[in-house]
Every structure is written in C-alpha cells, then in structure tokens.
Design a protein around this ligand. Structure first.
Ligand SMILES: Nc1ccn([C@@H]2O[C@H](COP(=O)(O)O)[C@@H](O)[C@H]2O)c(=O)n1
Ligand SMILES: [Zn+2]
Ligand SMILES: [Zn+2]
Length: 591
C-alpha cells in the first residue's frame, strides 16, 4: 500500500544540523514470522548524512527504529533480527579522524543490538584495524560476530586463530525458528599479512561446514557476508547447501558493491544487499517457515524485501509512531554521543568552500563538474617531489580512491575523510618512456576483460580497480543517488534510488524520481611538466601505492621491463592522497 508522508521540519530531527524537510510517497513493510533489519558498508557514517535529507537519520535513530520494530514484531508474536555485513570502518571523519582511528566509532556502534555481524575487506586492510575487530568489536558483540573464512594472528599469542566463531546455531525467541548462521567474506586478497582469508570454495568443503549443513534440526540457513548477492561465492554456498538440504529455506545478506540488490537463487533462497554509507536500511520478512513446533507452510515460505531510506520520516511511518513516541532513551543518548564525538573531533571545522558541486558519476567524465576532471586538471598538479622537480611526471590515480561527491559549500574536517579516507601515498618509477606510461593507463582503463571485481589476482590477470563494478548492469541501475531537494509545491518526487532487482521495481520504500549515472574510468592521469605543450620523452611514472600491483601488471602488458619491487621508490614522502586534496582545498577554496 502506498501512503504519502509529509516530512517534518528539521527542528524535529535528531541532529541540529539535519537538512530540511522533504515529502515522499512510501511503500509499506509487510511483516512476517521472521523479520530482519540489515546494514552494510556503513564506513563510519553513523552520524547519517548531514547534507542529504533522505539519509539524515543517525545511529541513535536507527537504535530507536530497531527497538520499535522489534516491539512491533514481538507484539504480533514474531521475531526480528538485526544484521550488519561489514565495512563499518574507513570513509567518514567519525572513524578516520580520531587518534587512534575508530575509538569513537566503536563506542557508538556497540549500543545497537546486532544479532549477527561479520567483517568486510576494510576491516582487514591494516593490522591495527583487524586487531580492533578481534579485541574490541567481536567482544562488544560477543557470540554474534561470525567469521566463517577469516583467521587472524593473535597479537598476544602470535597464533593463527579464527577471527570469531565460524558459525552459530540458535532458535528465535518467539517463533522457535531453528537457524544455522554463517558469516563470510568474499575471496579478498588485499588483506594485511596478519590475517588469512580462506577462499569460499574451499571453506565450504571443510568438515565443520559440511557437518553444519547436515544438521537436520534446521528451519532456516542464514548466510550473512561481505559478499555481493550476485557473486560466484554466494552461488557456491547456495549450491553446497542445496546439494545436502534440497528443501530448507536459505536467506542471504550481502554487501561490498555499495548497491541495493536482491537475488533469487531458487523459490526458497534469496539474498539482500542494502547499499552503503547508512543511506539504506534493508528490511526482509519471511513467512511460512517451519519451527520447533510447526511445519513449513504447504505453499512454501514467502520472502519480502524493502530498501528503507535512512531518515526519520521513513522510520516514523514504518513504526506508526511520531516524534514524541518514536525515540527511545537509548537512541537519544547515542545521538548525543555522536554529536559529542563530532564536536570533540571538530568535524565541522571548515577548511575551504567548494564553489560548486563535484560529482563522481552524476555527470559524464570529463566535465567541469566531474570530481575526476577537477583532480586531473588541478589537484594532481600539486604532486611534485622536491628531489624530482625538473623531471616531468605522469601521475595515475584509481578512481576508486574517491569515495563521495563534494557538495557546493563548506569543505569540512569530515569532508576530508568522506571524499577519500585512504592513507595511501605515492610511489614512482623513473625514466619510463612517456608513450609506455600512457599505454599503461590505457591498459588499466580499456581492457576490462583482463580485470576482475574481486580484488583477487593471478599472474595473468589484472584485478580490480573498483569502478569496474560498473560493468554489471545491476550496478549501473542501482547506483546510490542524491536526495536533492525539489521545491515543495506538492508531492513532487525526490530524486533518489529507483532500484531494479530480481523481484522487480517495487523494492524501495520511498518512491523516487530516477537519476542518471555515468561510467567512469578505472584510472585518471595527469601530466605534470614545466613544458606542458610538448610531450616529454620520458617521465616519472607516479601512482598511488594501493594500485602498485595493477600498475606493475599493466606495465608487463605494455612490455615495460621494470621490476617494481626493486626499482620503484616513494614519491613525496609522508604525503597521503587525503592530505594532498586537503592541502589543495585549503590553498584554493577560500570561503
Ligand atoms: N587504500 C585503499 C583501499 C581501498 N581503496 C578502494 O576501495 C575499494 C574497496 O572498497 P569497498 O568499500 O568497495 O570494499 C578498492 O577496490 C579501491 O577502489 C583504495 O582506493 N585505497
Ligand atoms: Zn564498502
Ligand atoms: Zn567492501
């Protein structure tokens, strides 16, 4: 059923600086025997989106929402489970700007009752991040954190141990549904060497997994993971369970691609992916399941999905509450905790003012409003190593290093990490023929068949540079959107998500007008030379260190005979990409 919800004045929103009201027609949620709320790829955005009304609820509001939804489900004798599928870190000042990183974030995160959670790839890029998962996050959610295919070297004992239990069996409180749950990470290879990520295909052949799927007292297999729902990894898990249990329903929750998506594997197996950056709270319900005391319904279970825009107005609607009855004491306290953390971290401190919006994929590239054009024509020209000042350089940056758009107006301490949180610096190889250097960029950009999306690599293929995800139609269709304000003269639709998935086009709770997104290349480049009108003969080939292995492979394809391990060196020591952008903003964008 559709209903029109008029969104309330910003003064009522939890954050003092939350954006102005919007109105939007909403689709309702259908509750079932078993209900789920799902977040993924929150990347530190627990304060919500301060500049975008559609996504302006914070983690405190989400705590109130989960509480009210659980109350609603339980009042009907049903169950509700809260799931998170990783990449909770890196991408927002609330995580990245503290010293050490994450101390405020983990203290905020832990207040949500999460029934099952798992790790993403971002939890594993660095040693201290994965150790924080082992020593802080997993204990904070004791018994609920699952790691079916991740081991870690314990910092005290130096032994390789599972990051968390491999699986869990439990029975739901109200319906008595017997669940066996797993928690996977996709076949990630970019982790620091203190962790081991076992391939999904070998993990599902291990004894513990084989025994778990042979358990006959199971009403539902629940597979959560930082894994795209349309992926070989989830397909393999589905097939393995199905080969043993031909009739038991399987519910998957996934993430990593930062999109809303829903996969149907068979009539009793579905997977939900719930976007990114706290824009989306995924909702699933299942009805007709068997339980300790009842049989599966004759018609089979019914699965329903909904992608909830993360704002108070959606929350009020779905809980049938309002600004007086919705918030819980705990939720309000957590919103205050977030505000205090933001103040302590001075996240509103202004470093400069952007003269206009700069988009990642909302405009074509190149374009004066493209963030990549801005980097190529302006920011990257500040990449210059003092010891190489007279040598032309071709600078290569992966577009995946940019994580979010820049909106016209204040560029804050928060924006610094929202735009690019990565501490990667630059490296270079000298005396590279300019034509070969250009060819390397072309190879990285124009040979998608030698690139893959899973950050795994072999000696003959180049692995992902992230924007490759655009290859897949689902990604292009379900790109995240911008809750830009439409002047309010009636129930105009707000531009936003218009998701198309395996169940059709009615998944989004909020009915939006669509937005066009454009593909961007894997890499951009800028030639830095005193004599820009003339092509140099040779250049320093400068690149972000994160992409070294891809650049090295492309160099091989370009017949450039360089041993990157021996012949590359640090360029502009101590300069991270994040700080390069920040320094440029401070210098050029006066308010
Ligand atoms: N140091 C880094 C780390 C990551 N990236 C980019 O992020 C992508 C992975 O992010 P997800 O949230 O999708 O897991 C990765 O493929 C890179 O594009 C980076 O640039 N630098
Ligand atoms: Zn992510
Ligand atoms: Zn990820």
């Amino acid at each position: 059923m559709l209903s029109l919800l008029w969104l309330l004045p910003s003064a009522l929103a939890a954050q003092p600086s939350a954006p102005d009201p919007i109105s939007a027609p909403l689709r309702d949620l259908d509750f079932g025997q078993l209900n789920f709320l799902h977040t993924t790829d929150t990347h530190g955005w627990l304060a919500g989106h301060l500049q975008e009304p559609s996504y302006s609820a914070d983690w405190g509001d989400y705590i109130s929402f989960a509480t009210r939804m659980r109350e609603k489900a339980e009042s009907q004798g049903q169950d509700l489970l809260v799931i998170d599928t990783g990449d909770r870190v890196e991408g927002n000042g609330l995580y990245d700007s503290s010293e050490p990183k994450g101390v405020y974030l983990s203290d905020i995160l832990r207040h949500q009752h999460i029934d099952l959670l798992t790790s993403g790839n971002h939890e594993l890029y660095k040693q201290n991040t994965s150790e924080a998962e082992l020593l802080v996050t997993a204990p904070n959610f004791r018994g609920n954190y699952l790691a079916s295919n991740i081991d870690i070297i314990h910092p005290s004992t130096k032994e390789l141990v599972p990051l968390a239990p491999r699986f869990k069996k439990f029975t739901t409180k109200n319906q008595g549904i017997r669940i066996v749950a797993f928690g996977f990470l996709f076949d990630f290879t970019g982790n620091y060497n203190n962790t081991v990520v076992h391939k999904v295909s070998s993990t599902i052949k291990e004894d513990w997994f084989q025994e778990a799927i042979r358990d006959k007292e199971v009403d539902l297999f629940l597979v959560i993971g930082h894994v795209p729902v349309h992926s070989p990894e989830y397909r393999a898990i589905f097939k393995e369970i199905r080969s043993i249990r031909w009739d038991t329903p399987i519910q998957f929750f996934g993430g990593h691609q930062h999109v809303r998506d829903y996969a149907q594997y068979d009539s009793k197996s579905f997977g939900l992916a719930s976007g990114r950056f706290m824009e989306t709270v995924g909702f699933m319900s299942i009805d007709g399941l068997a339980s300790k005391t009842s049989h599966q319904s004759a018609a089979g279970p019914v699965f329903k999905r909904r992608y909830i825009d993360n704002n108070l107005f959606s929350y009020y609607h779905h809980t049938e509450l309002d600004q007086d009855t919705f918030p819980t004491e705990k939720g309000l306290n957590v919103s205050r905790l977030i505000a205090k953390a933001r103040a302590d971290l001075r996240l509103d401190q202004i470093h400069g003012c952007a003269p206009h919006d700069l988009w990642m994929s909302r405009v074509q590239y190149p374009d004066p409003s493209s963030i990549y054009t801005w980097l190529e024509t302006q920011v990257l020209h500040d990449v210059k190593d003092e010891s190489r000042v007279d040598t032309p350089a071709l600078v290569i940056v992966n577009t995946g290093a940019i994580r979010f758009d820049i909106f016209q107006g204040p560029f804050t301490q928060d924006s610094t990490f929202i735009v690019s949180p990565f501490t990667s610096g630059f490296r270079y190889v000298k005396d590279v023929p300019y034509e070969k250097a250009r060819l390397i960029v072309d190879i990285l950009n124009h040979q998608p068949q030698i690139l893959s999306t899973d950050e795994s690599s072999s000696s003959t293929t180049l692995a992902p540079l992230e924007q490759l995800a655009y290859k897949e139609d689902v990604i292009v269709q379900n790109r995240p959107s911008f809750a830009e304000q439409i002047p309010m003269s009636g129930p105009a639709l707000v531009p936003g998500y218009t998701t198309k998935d395996d169940a059709g086009t009615d998944g989004d709770d909020t009915i939006h007008s669509p937005i066009t997104f454009y593909r961007v290349p894997n890499c951009i480049r800028a030639l830095i030379s005193a004599n820009a009108s003339e092509a140099p003969e040779t250049v320093d080939l400068v690149y972000i260190d994160f992409i070294e292995k891809y650049v090295a492979m492309a160099a091989k394809f370009a017949s450039l005979n360089v041993d990157f391990a021996k012949e590359s060196d640090v360029y502009m020591p101590h300069l991270s990409f994040t700080n390069l952008i920040l320094d440029w903003v401070k210098k050029h964008w006066k308010c």
